[in-house]
Design a protein around this ligand. Structure first.
Ligand code: GH3
Ligand code: MG
Ligand code: MG
Ligand code: MG
Length: 330
């Protein structure tokens, strides 16, 4: 029944689409290695080899095989120990391992499966059974890889603002919490900017909601343009944006806020039916002594002060109980 072993290259391996899937044969018997290599190679697999347990772990790290055929009894490190090592490495934990062994007691099989083995192949074996088990392991690996990709995409979507493509509030709050605890543990600065579009209601009222949306999209691009790659920009709410500024003190917050403000105001926003001059007011704050909620609250108070002072300007919180002060005006 060679028919069970269709050519595995079709449908693409986990790596490059169409590339031959890679099987690691970890087996101390040279004769058996050569038999396995021949049978797998004839059916479209690329075979990498290891002749003891320690080498098996190394080859796994370097070659990232799609399936591992693992002898149980090997010198230096037996198959069970190899498997335990792979399971501890997040990059290798999901590679399906098929034990190849002459041990036939139910106890051995149960122990191997408990350790996280995908399957068992008993020596001596027929080529057809070998190929069928490798093929099944490969199918599992591909499904897992696909699932991981889809999950990563779902995570990305759940953290992205659909209108602007910037991070959304959920992501910002998590990064704020993460950066705050990092600074509390290791010291350093954390800065933050809050931006609010000036007189945005007028844009909606005079040009329609779709034009308002277009303004927010263009604005997002300009904010990105004005900051460093390590800064974290996101949409905090309706027409409010937040930028997290890691390792940034008060001066950096002021100058970055001013650069954002200037970049927004520099050129007209070209919409389909109109050209608009848009400005933002910016509030900045630094420090995590009152938690990220405190940091945001102080930036918000500074933003309010910027609005009060006439809009299109940057105000940075001075910390403590002092009033925020104006860094720059238009
Ligand atoms: P200012 O901030 O300068 O005080 O004035 P403003 O006109 O911007 O004030 P306000 O914050 O009260 O208005 C914000 C407006 O933003 C109200 C709301 O309808 C609009 N808005 C919020 N989110 C969106 C959105 O996603 N798209 C559009 N088009 N409008 C939005
Ligand atoms: Mg052996
Ligand atoms: Mg607002
Ligand atoms: Mg506004």
């Amino acid at each position: 029944m060679e028919g069970t072993a269709s050519r595995p290259g079709s449908g693409g391996s986990s790596g490059t689409a169409g590339a031959a899937p890679v099987v690691l044969v970890a087996e101390d018997s040279r004769v058996l290695r050569s038999i396995l290599r021949g049978q797998l190679h004839d059916h479209g697999y690329r075979v990498v080899e290891a002749h003891d347990g320690a080498e098996a772990v190394t080859v796994c790290r370097n070659e990232r095989p799609d399936v591992v055929l693992l002898d149980v009894e090997m010198p230096l490190m037996d198959g069970h120990l190899v498997l335990a090592n792979l399971k501890r490495d997040p990059a290798l934990a999901d590679v399906p391992v098929v034990f190849v062994t002459a041990r036939v007691t139910t106890e051995d099989v149960v122990q191997g499966l408990d350790l996280g083995a995908h399957d068992y192949l008993r020596k001596p074996f027929e080529a057809s059974e070998l190929l069928a088990r490798v093929h099944a392991a490969l199918r599992t690996k591909r499904l897992q890889d696909e699932l991981r990709l889809r999950n990563a995409e779902l995570v990305r979507i759940s953290r992205t603002d659909t209108l602007t493509g910037l991070h959304n509030r959920r992501h910002l709050e998590e990064r704020l919490a993460e950066q705050t605890s990092l600074v509390k543990r290791q010291g350093g600065d954390l800065g933050l900017l809050l931006l609010d579009v000036d007189r945005f209601k007028r844009v909606n009222d005079e040009h329609g909601h779709a034009a308002g949306d277009a303004v927010l999209r263009i604005l997002a691009g300009r904010v990105r343009e004005a900051i460093r790659t390590e800064d974290v920009p996101g949409r905090w709410g309706g027409e409010e944006f937040l930028v997290l500024l890691p390792a940034t003190g008060r001066d950096g917050v002021g100058s970055t806020g001013e650069r954002v403000r200037r970049t927004v105001a520099a050129d007209a926003f070209h919409l389909e039916a109109a050209e608009l001059q848009v400005t933002v007011s910016v509030g900045g704050a630094v420090g995590v002594e009152d938690g990220w909620e405190g940091l945001v609250r102080r930036a918000d108070a500074a933003l309010y002060a910027a609005k009060e002072a006439g809009r299109n300007q940057v105000v940075v919180d001075r910390g403590g109980s002092r009033q925020p002060d104006v860094v720059a005006t238009s």
